[in-house]
Design a protein around this ligand. Structure first.
Ligand code: EPU
Length: 336
């Protein structure tokens, strides 16, 4: 087992924050992962996937286990569908491109989302009208206490908006090792409802898009607004879009020309990016920590920001939004 000491995590978190792990192990085999779980107490370990949904504010005084299991396997196939079992360490976008190349439909709207396959169910990643749960069949995860492997069906995962059991009831208790997706081989169920997708398809005069066209459009839209973590450290949406009551919504509507998504419950989801933008914070910068110039929902590291610099900026944003709208923004990223 190759255990490294005082290992920098700068290249392993998309915010590019330079903190150190007291010990670091990258695991490429399930047997190795089990060996680590036998050797260490779960409380001594810090599990790291793609590092795309976290803000590190301090050195990690634990043993960081980088889950780097690779492989894509066909587990079942019918005339219309294919089931792919994908190991946790596969890069999400590379996996989506693999599906597009093979004409397996379902994940095209989720192109270019940073992170790994193994962490995608934890927050039920979503974009442009599609969520991971729409094509999810099951995942398997190791219980860090018993070391047994449990299979989680879609119902078991209790998926919601950026939510699952892995973020709530079972937080820190399981390591997801593989995720199985059910995808279409033809007659793809295209999701074109999201306004920006329709607009770009029209601009390109594409009338009957295929899954590659949709993936290309999503990549173009994301690239135009969301910074590439390789060029500018960031963790995608830093905050969740808040949900407010109908009464609160009515009050605000008297004062503001709100952007909103009505929910079946009678509540309203308000785009956090719009709220932050209204507070004139788009492009706001303190040292190397900033609010992205094209999408106010994304906080960025211009180079040498520390985790605390980003956190201070996030708190400033939360205060301004609260003072203006009486809405509390909740971070989407995990803060350590
Ligand atoms: N808006 C502004 N100013 C901004 C940003 C947004 O006015 O700086 C307005 C837009 O004009 C639009 C509305 O807010 O009317 C919503 O913006 P957008 O369509 O960009 O989507 P979002 O609600 O900001 C969510 C997800 C994104 C996902 C997009 C597309 C959350 C927290 N974020 O963003 O997810 O890509 O929808 O589906 O739900 C991520 O999780 O990392 C992520 C990027």
């Amino acid at each position: 087992m190759n255990i490294k000491k005082d290992y920098s995590l700068k290249t392993l978190n998309t915010f590019g924050i330079d903190v150190k792990a007291k010990q670091f192990i990258s695991v490429t085999k399930q047997a190795e992962l089990l060996e680590i779980l036998r050797r260490f107490y779960a409380s001594e370990l810090f599990i790291l996937g793609g590092g795309s949904n976290m803000l590190l504010t301090q050195d990690i005084e634990k043993t960081v286990v980088h889950v780097n299991l690779k492989g894509i396997e066909v587990v079942q196939e019918t005339k219309d569908h294919i089931w792919l079992n994908v190991r946790a360490g596969e890069n999400w976008h590379k996996f989506v491109l693999h599906c597009i190349e093979n004409n397996y439909g379902g994940l095209e709207n989720l192109s270019l989302i940073p992170g790994n396959v193994g962490t995608s169910p934890i927050q039920n990643i979503g974009a442009y009208g599609v969520e991971l749960k729409d094509n999810f069949e099951f995942c398997e995860a190791i219980n860090v206490q018993t070391l047994n492997t449990t299979k989680f069906s879609k119902a078991d995962c209790k998926f919601g908006y950026r939510q699952s059991v892995f973020k709530n009831k079972y937080k820190g208790q399981f390591i997801i090792t593989n995720v199985c997706f059910k995808l279409t081989k033809h007659k793809h169920n295209l999701n074109l409802d999201y306004g920006a997708i329709k607009t770009v398809l029209e601009q390109k005069s594409i009338q009957n898009p295929n899954i590659k066209d949709i993936s290309d459009v999503v990549i173009a839209i994301r690239s135009s607004k969301l910074p590439d973590p390789k060029e500018l450290g960031n963790s995608g949406s830093f905050f969740k879009n808040p949900i407010i009551s109908g009464d609160h919504f009515k009050q605000l509507q008297q004062k503001f020309d709100l952007k909103y998504y009505p929910l079946a419950s009678g509540d309203y989801k308000i785009p956090a990016g719009w709220l932050i933008d209204q507070c004139r914070l788009k492009g706001y910068r303190v040292g190397d920590a900033g609010v992205h110039k094209q999408q106010a929902l994304v906080l960025v590291n211009y180079g040498n920001a520390s985790g605390h610099d980003i956190l201070n900026l996030a708190e400033h944003v939360q205060k301004q939004v609260f003072n203006t709208f009486n809405i509390e923004l909740e971070p989407e990223v995990n803060i350590y």
